[in-house]
Design a protein around this ligand. Structure first.
Ligand code: IVH
Length: 406
């Protein structure tokens, strides 16, 4: 349908067409991870819209995808009261709290309710407001009652819709994360360039959202996933499953979730996700179990801190702090020497760990590690534990190259 010149009679029509097509392609690329067209075609449509904007000031609407990265630096951040407070979840250590939780829910609402199980991704919680179909404000959690305006930063996140197909007043909630693979790659690059490495993915996300220059945020491939619609006009969505469907239909990324009918199914779900934890390329620190039916949620209510209708089942930590006792060099099969940290033994996700790979040489050098330093160690699934950051500097000096022999 789109050919150069075919809209010459009506610029407005061409602008609207380009916005819609770009949003459509963007959805498949960034939300559904199934690109529909070659990058070159997307780019030519994008550039055409940009060209129109340069040639015709103020003709292209503010929600157009070419304005994800605003040009202006954010001033002092304004704060706003959350229309619906952002309370947090009650935590259970692994499966310990499931039985009590199930009992309490049953006692309050009887039988006939169901649970939903979903991932608890470890990122930064946020809240989005849409009015008349347009994203009007993004707020950070703040203290739960008042959040900070992060609209300019959030608009740069490619899978956050700037425009939705309902004129209702809509409030949605979710979590902003980055992929662990990107986090690693970014740290490798920073180390190579002699820059300070970032301590973990969550802090990287928080930093990217805090920066006053949205073009910095745009350089970090942040990703948003959504798990709640506290306001959907006047409409009441009866179940969490329905809310997730509505979110999906509006173009928000929703992770898979599962209806769980019993305590046993909750346990099974928890174990299944724990097993695949290392395959998820985002820090996942547990699963969340929520009562599916809103009428029962209302009966259960909330304390000032937590809803009584949900429980987070936290995975055993796969990251912890320990001390380096020694650093040794190990000769690999391919003839490469790798530094290995000998650690004060620790328990990581149920496994005793006393060695950690420092396989990434530039990272190792940039951390300037030495025996006596306190470091953060991470074990992801079956992968060899790794030192991911230094927390306390002992002041000791290491850097002994291994003796080379042949
Ligand atoms: S629901 C009232 N669902 O974990 C319930 N939260 O304290 C509000 N989180 O602040 C949250 N994954 O930032 C919910 N599937 C999920 C989640 C999730 C991660 C975060 C969220 C919240 C914190 C829990």
């Amino acid at each position: 349908k789109w050919k150069k010149g075919s809209f010459s009679s009506s610029l407005e029509k061409e602008i609207i067409f380009l916005c819609e097509v770009l949003d459509f392609l963007n959805y498949f690329y960034y939300v559904d991870s199934k690109p529909l067209v070659a990058d070159g075609l997307y780019d030519s449509l994008f550039n055409r819209l940009k060209q129109i904007d340069v040639e015709n000031t103020h003709k292209v609407p503010a929600y157009a995808p070419i304005f994800r990265v605003g040009s202006s630096i954010v001033g002092d951040r304004e704060t706003f009261k959350h229309e619906v407070p952002m309370i947090s979840l009650n935590n259970s250590k692994e499966l310990e709290g499931v039985e009590k939780f199930n009992e309490r829910v049953e006692k309050s609402v009887g039988k006939g309710f169901s649970f939903i199980g979903e991932l608890k991704l470890d990122g930064v919680g946020f809240s989005l407001k849409y009015e008349g179909g347009l994203l009007t404000r993004a707020l950070s959690r703040g203290d739960g009652a008042i959040g900070e305006d992060i609209t300019a930063n959030v608009k740069t996140i490619k899978n956050v819709p700037l425009k939705i197909k309902t004129k209702k007043s809509v409030l949605v909630r979710g979590e902003i994360v980055i992929k662990n693979s990107f986090f690693k790659e970014m740290n490798d690059n920073r180390a190579r360039l002699g820059k300070k490495i970032r301590s973990n993915p969550r802090n990287t996300v928080a930093g990217a959202l805090r920066t006053k220059d949205p073009s910095h945020t745009a350089k970090i491939p942040l990703f948003a996933f959504f798990y709640d619609i506290p306001i959907f006009g006047e409409e009441v969505l009866n179940t969490h499953s329905e809310s997730m469907d509505v979110l999906k239909k509006m173009g928000f990324y929703v992770d898979s979730n599962r209806v769980l009918g019993s305590k046993e199914q909750i346990e099974e779900y928890y174990k299944k996700i724990l097993k695949m934890r290392s395959e998820i390329d985002v820090d996942c620190d547990g699963v969340v179990v929520k009562v599916n039916e809103k009428e029962y949620r209302d009966v259960l209510g909330s304390t000032s801190h937590h809803p009584r209708w949900a429980l987070a089942l936290k995975f055993p930590a796969n990251k912890t702090l320990t001390e380096i006792e020694n650093i040794e060099w190990q000769l690999g099969r391919t003839g490469i020497l790798t530094p290995v940290a000998k650690l004060k033994p620790i328990d990581l996700g149920g496994v005793k760990v006393s060695n950690a790979s420092l396989h990434n040489y530039s990272l190792f050098k940039s951390l300037n590690l030495a025996p006596g330093d306190t470091v953060e160690v991470q074990r992801a699934g079956d992968v060899i534990p790794q030192v991911v950051g230094k927390v306390v500097n002992s002041g000791n000096d290491f850097f002994k190259y291994p003796k080379v022999w042949n």
